[in-house]
Design a protein around this ligand. Structure first.
Ligand code: MN
Length: 257
């Protein structure tokens, strides 16, 4: 059983260290880290196509890449590792990846890269920034990985899970709940400042608050102290509108051959 771990906060992030620590002593499990050199939060599935990438090894054996989270997993799977991992984990992220966050998240992006290559993957995030109770979150991750192994999911299915863990001591966490993604309000207004050289600087502001945080969503579950577990898929097709769009494009006159 071989597990590859990556993240988007960088190879020195406490969430990655805690996740590795929680899994490294599992029997018959080999754990390896390939993670970004620097913080790459909100890089989604970005790949670096216009520059070379370098892979270096830290004193603790973690390997780090001068690229994005998806670069890390891509390079690991398509050239760096001489084996195919059975499972790819990403995180534990510094802050929530719920609802619309999953579109932007580098944590989810790293996991999704593995999923695209046909390898089961799980993205883990703590709901609050700051790493409070990160070792407790890692214990949650360990339990989920153990259950997945115990039920032989890895032999049967390729899946992509998104997990958000409230920053609580292990004993105060409530049960894991399988959830759908909620929705956020649109992001806050961009912040502008004058640079010392007289130009306007634009800073992307915070994500919007929860808009759909009703029963059954990840927002609802984590607000109540539960761990949210959301199975993701990546077909972006708007299936419900296929028919209406067919009617519209059929009314456009184009040369027919
Ligand atoms: Mn991050």
């Amino acid at each position: 059983m071989k597990i590859l771990i990556s993240n988007d906060d960088g190879f020195q992030a406490p969430g990655l260290v805690a996740l590795h620590q929680a899994l490294v002593d599992l029997p018959d499990v080999q754990v390896e880290v390939v993670a970004p050199e620097h913080n790459n939060s909100a890089k989604s599935n970005a790949l670096t196509l216009s520059a070379p990438l370098y892979v270096r090894e830290a004193h603790n054996g973690f390997r780090y890449v001068t690229g994005t989270p998806a670069d890390c997993v891509h390079i690991a799977l398509k050239g760096l590792l001489d084996y195919r991992p059975d499972l790819v984990l990403s995180g534990i992220n510094n802050g929530a990846n719920m609802g619309d966050d999953t579109i932007y998240s580098g944590t989810v992006g790293a996991a999704m890269e593995a999923y695209l290559f046909g390898i089961p993957a799980i993205a883990f995030s703590q709901t609050e920034k700051g790493w409070a109770h990160v070792d407790d979150a890692a214990q949650v991750a360990r339990k989920l990985v153990q259950q997945v192994m115990h039920e032989r999911w890895l032999e049967q299915e390729v899946f992509l899970l998104n997990v958000n863990i409230p920053n609580l001591p292990f004993g105060e966490l409530k049960s894991m709940k399988v959830c759908r993604l909620g929705r956020r309000h649109a992001a806050e207004k961009v912040i502008t400042q004058d640079s010392p050289r007289g130009e306007t600087m634009y800073w992307i502001a915070g994500a919007g608050g929860a808009k759909d945080s009703g029963e059954g969503t990840d927002f609802h579950a984590t607000a109540g102290g539960h761990v949210s577990v959301t199975p993701l898929q990546i077909d972006l097709t708007d299936h419900a509108r296929l028919g209406r769009w067919r009617e519209t494009v059929d009314r456009i006159e184009v040369p027919r051959s």
